[in-house]
Design a protein around this ligand. Sequence first.
Ligand code: FE
Ligand code: MN
Length: 299
Amino acid sequence: MGIPFGINLSFCVKRWVTPALWAPLVAEDLGLDLVQLSFDLVDPAWPDGLLDRLAGDIRRETARAGVTVHSAFIGLAHYTFNQMLHPDPEVRDVAEAWLKRAYRVAAAAGITRVGGPLGAVASRRDGREAESLDPADYADLIARMHRLAEAARAEGLTELYVEPTPMRREWPWTVAQALRMAEDTAGAAVPWKFCVDWGHGTFEPLYGRYRAGMAEWYRALGARIGAIHIQQTDFQLDRHWDFTEPGAVDPAAAAALQRANGLDDVPVFLEVFYPFERDDASILDAVRRSAAILKPAFA
Ligand code: FE
Ligand code: MN
């Protein structure tokens, strides 16, 4: 049995923005049948009537192209606002409400899983980053996660994901923090699992130079991992390069590591971002070549 392999629609942002554009592209140009939607393509803050129509478009075009949407992820636009760890509690409330709308959009589009990073605390004036989250902020975040799981269940969703990011101001950024969060969200109305990312768990400036990053996340989180983001990177920044670029991630070794940890059934999504000014044709070519490299590695 192969490891399910698909692509996050991050590469489509501002380019192939409708399912009539991206669904056939994924199926025919990339030869893939599995995607992860990005809310950079459909903003849950848009009016209800519009969102219902767009959700219908996703259902229709993916069925026509033979593409399954495994899950929907927050994307970069909403991620930039500090979300549920913003210093102002009213902004946190807006972020929580935004996620509840995101669950509704996902459900309307036939997507049963939603995930992404949860939030970022503000930087200090002196630039020093605290090692730990304020206990009150953490408790507030966990309470929101429980409320969100209730909302997700009411919409018929089956799973929610936290994507750990390699930053002290976001949460969780270590394996131990992730395990604690898993304990504190146990018994939520739908399971909170993790989406781990090859550019996050391997980030040497934060975690050190031992190059065992993903192995530790896989081993420690195990069945709590619901999805994996793969990208080419150099472990020095969260690059989100495609696999036409040289880097430290070996697709065959990545697949082997997953199998060695019993994660054969956890889907892997290529997640790549491009400068807005880069031309469409070269992106299409690079993503196509990357899919051709990765697909056999996970088959
Ligand atoms: Fe990611
Ligand atoms: Mn990333």
